[in-house]
Design a protein around this ligand. Structure first.
Ligand code: AGP
Length: 609
């Protein structure tokens, strides 16, 4: 996934292109670049490997001209490793047309071969570079027609910004399968991969739809279908604000966001529980419809998928509704058995994950209702779902998801309660007790965060291990998966999450004095079973970090290190045990000198398949 910005207007394009692009750096930071037309409409392109700060240093070396028309791009590499030459914008051989692209051109090899036969010279290893050459090959004076003809040849997904030396003051945008919005200003217009990138300049946006082309000048925005038919423009006004993300004294956004979790959950509970009564307004499904559901299917990726796995245990335990959980990328290709009596929950922090968007569309095509559990207001997923349960966790900047995860978990607890009440599988007394337990969570989390320096010492004492195993049972099996993902994605240490009961069926072969094993074993109905697993690991000299309920004396004989979490009812323990897991990952990564907020090869939102 990449970030795209375009500008056409009376102001100097370059500073706008850069400032807006920085707000999209979460979408990828392998390389970045700008392309613009100077007063003689000469096309100038500057691009650089690495973060946008590298591009800014490059631009400071030149005294660059004032430009009214320009595009910029921050990249997450799909085809072609991160480098200056593979950075966008890409241009045609005559340097007349420049393009920035987010998506994947599936037939680029075939197109590249055809274009090479026509004498096109390719410089990069990317799929995207075929686009400017294709447009140039069709260009006979009509910019829009050349773009339309080029798009007709492309298979795959794209959000594009295109400028041309022949057409100063014109910016063309088009999309299929990747997000792109148009910002409508006064004597200026913008394109961007998402709304926050341009909120400093305008609140008036047009959500470009798949199969649409926008032709922007400083005074006008015209929309067309790929076939060239006019499309009525609908300008929406963005109501939400995006508070400028600040670290507020923390060394990294991730650590700040770990510490924000109690406040986020406290806010959620006050918003969603009014005098003990559930307020899930965005659900948009009556109790009657909920009662009619035969099963729930949860689709998500990465950390959101782990939240879904916890959701399965909670929803099945409270409402006795069968729950399936799929990674979105698997769901969409397995010919899933769902229908109008299936409640599909699409979980996504960003609301822009391509696979989860595709899973939603797959579910809709089979007649299912889809509810989004999402953190970004107005995102693509939200706009296509039948209802939305916002987690309101606030902007999550750290690529490794933390507060969004526990907010997703909390949403599942609330939704499970709603389903149980609708299906009368829980009585008033049980509901009240469940809510009472939920209300305790923020303060219990605060207690855990007070233990941060103890956790930091344990992390640093284990940061030398080259391989970690995370083990959990029942509702904390997904916690083990999440702990492993947190560690591997920010410290680059191989880490695997496993159901502890499965250890004897293979992973135990890994155990020796060179492995660290994180055992998640709070007081629960599977405590003894988990303790046996820990003894089996000890017998093979595995190094154990245990996450256990406070004052558990027994666990100390089975572990090298113990991190305590307060006592809470079984089902709610994932809301607590994940904090030590997040902090272990964080402090190990810091100790190893990794880029915690922007780990290599990753991006915050995966908008390509
Ligand atoms: C989580 O730490 C990762 N950054 C990643 O797995 C993420 O959860 C996944 O890409 C899904 O993102 P989404 O919630 O925005 O859909």
């Amino acid at each position: 996934m990449c970030g795209i910005v375009g500008y056409v207007g009376n102001k100097d394009a370059l500073p706008i292109l850069l400032e807006s692009l920085k707000k999209l750096e979460y979408r990828g930071y392998d390389s970045s670049g700008v392309g613009f037309l100077d007063h003689d409409s000469r096309l100038i392109v500057r691009k650089s490997k690495g973060k946008i700060s590298n591009l800014e240093s490059l631009l400071r070396q030149d005294s660059l001209p004032f430009a009214h028309t320009g595009i910029s791009h921050t990249r997450w590499a799909t085809h072609g490793f991160p480098s200056d030459i593979n950075a966008h914008p890409h241009t045609d051989s005559k340097n007349h047309i420049a393009v920035v692209h987010n998506g994947i051109i599936e037939n680029f090899q075939e197109l590249k071969a055809e274009l090479k036969k026509k004498g096109c010279k390719f410089l990069s290893a990317t799929d995207s570079e075929v686009i400017p050459h294709l447009i140039a090959s069709f260009y006979k004076g009509d910019f829009l027609s050349a773009v339309r003809r080029a798009l007709a040849k492309i298979k795959g997904t794209f959000a594009l910004g295109v400028i041309s030396h022949h057409h100063p003051g014109v910016l063309i945008a088009a999309r299929v399968g990747s997000p792109l919005i148009i910002g409508v200003g006064d004597s200026e217009n913008f394109i961007a991969s998402d709304v926050p990138a341009i909120l400093d300049f305008t609140r008036r946006v047009i959500y470009l739809q798949d199969g649409q082309i926008g032709v922007l000048t400083k005074d006008k925005v015209d929309l067309f279908t790929f076939e060239g038919k006019n499309v009525k423009t609908q300008v929406d006004t963005v109501a939400f604000n995006v508070t400028a993300a600040r670290k507020d004294g923390y060394p990294h956004f991730m650590l700040k966001e770990i510490h924000e979790q109690p406040d986020v959950l406290e806010q959620m509970l006050s918003l969603r529980l009014k005098k003990g009564k559930l307020v899930l307004d965005g659900l948009a499904l009556s109790d009657e419809i909920l009662k009619r559901m035969h099963k729930v299917t949860i689709v998500a990726c990465g950390t959101a998928y782990h939240a879904g796995l916890v959701g399965k245990y909670i929803i099945e335990s409270l409402s006795r509704l069968p729950v399936e959980v799929d990674t979105s990328s698997e769901f969409r290709y397995r010919n899933p058995i769902i229908d109008k009596n299936t409640l599909v929950l699409a979980v996504s922090q960003s609301g822009e994950t391509a696979d989860t968007l595709a899973a939603l569309r797959e579910a809709h095509s089979r007649g299912a209702k889809v509810i989004a559990i999402c953190n970004v207001v107005g995102s693509s997923l939200v706009r296509e779902a039948d209802g939305v349960l916002y987690t309101y966790a606030g902007q999550e900047i750290g690529v490794a998801s933390t507060k969004a995860y526990t907010a997703q978990l909390m949403m599942f607890y609330l939704l499970a309660l709603k389903l149980a009440q609708a299906r009368k599988t829980i009585d008033v007394k049980e509901s009240r007790e469940f809510v009472r337990q939920l209300m305790r969570v923020p303060s219990l989390q605060r207690n855990i965060l007070k233990d941060m320096h103890h956790i930091q010492k344990i992390a640093e004492a284990n940061s030398h291990f080259g391989c970690f195993l995370f083990l959990g049972r029942h509702v904390n099996y997904p916690s083990a998966l999440e702990g492993a993902l947190k560690l591997k994605e920010i410290s680059y240490i191989p880490a695997e999450g496993y159901a502890a009961g499965e250890m004897k069926h293979g992973p135990i072969a890994l155990i020796d004095e060179y492995r660290a094993v994180v055992c998640i074993n709070p007081q629960s109905h599977v405590y003894e079973k988990m303790s046996s697993n820990m003894q089996e690991i000890r017998a093979r000299k595995g190094n154990i970090i245990a996450i256990a309920t406070s004052l558990d004396a027994q666990i100390r004989s089975n572990a090298d290190f113990v991190i305590e979490v307060p006592q809470i009812t079984d089902l709610l323990s994932p809301l607590l045990v994940v904090l030590p897991l997040q902090m272990l990952a964080y402090f190990i990564a810091v100790k190893r000198g990794c880029d915690v907020d922007q780990p290599r090869n990753l991006a915050k939102s995966v908008t390509v398949e």
